[in-house]
Design a protein around this ligand. Sequence first.
Ligand code: DOR
Ligand code: ZN
Length: 346
Amino acid sequence: MTDTITIRTPDDWHLHLRDGAMLRAVAPETARHFARAIIMPNLVPPVVTGADAAAYRDRILAALPEGSGFTPLMTLYLTEDTDPADLAQAHADGLITAVKLYPAGATTNSASGVTNFDKVRPVLETMADIGCPLCVHGEVVDSDIDIFDREAVFIERVLDPIRRATPGLRVVMEHITTIQGVEYASEGGPELGATITTHHLVINRNHILAGGIKPHYYCLPVAKREEHRLALRRAATSGDPTFFLGTDSAPHTDANKLLPCGCAGCFTATNTLSILAEVFEQDGALDRLESFTSLNGPKFYRLPPNDSTITLTKGDPVSYPDHIDTGDGPVTVFDPLMPLHWQVST
Ligand code: DOR
Ligand code: ZN
């Protein structure tokens, strides 16, 4: 029986670190196990210019524990006013790794996002020219589209037309949650990648809604039916280089999660690797964990995989905190509803 595995140090290709006291509390949770992460720009106000990204990167670096080698890979928040020249300069300077597209109104702090996709066409063309990937929150926001169908409709109405109109644009479908997302990504060729979160490999919509509403399992895109979760499991554990880890670990204080209109997001930074090892072992795919966490993402982003390694050891159920304290209040750590046996050795 395998009870130790050593893999290249993972990267998180979709992470929310927030700012201020929250940033200082959550950054060490990711930096403990990950070498790099794509940092989401949905602050208030959002990270829209190269100067914003530089300032935010410096705040992240200042929040890391002494001696941490963690590298934040910065992104810009695409708006209808994004300046292609500023974006191109930030990319040429190595300041940003990608740009994030939020349809306006789709999720937390997306009000400055895009409503008219034609308006961002020149920016997308610049990105295709300079090889800067576009990370996409793939949900339409139309009130007449059922929330469980918003990803599939986005692919058809928005994503596919954008990709056809912008040859050469490299796109990451962020946090896919559906069979349609898996199928579209796997047929998209080398210019299309897709991240999958830890929590969408574990929960389906029953976990949110059956037997009482569970705000800590509410995130966007919302978890779908079991058949979709199983498709995500097959994709993540397949070894297909299209699919890589983007945890979308998204901390909100318990006070903000438990409101009558609670915030979307699951905070998984603390126990993500233990959960993933459990999931991959359950699916007989421990030998493909490294591809998902540490190899496929760098390949898509044209970065070298990390030279360092981490070792996971199997043993008695792992203990981890049920919440972390932040200066803004406690943040609940995602409960995968199963014992975890794999621990990252330090
Ligand atoms: O659940 C989510 N939380 N989905 C998102 O797209 C945004 C994120 C957040 O920032 O809290
Ligand atoms: Zn996110």
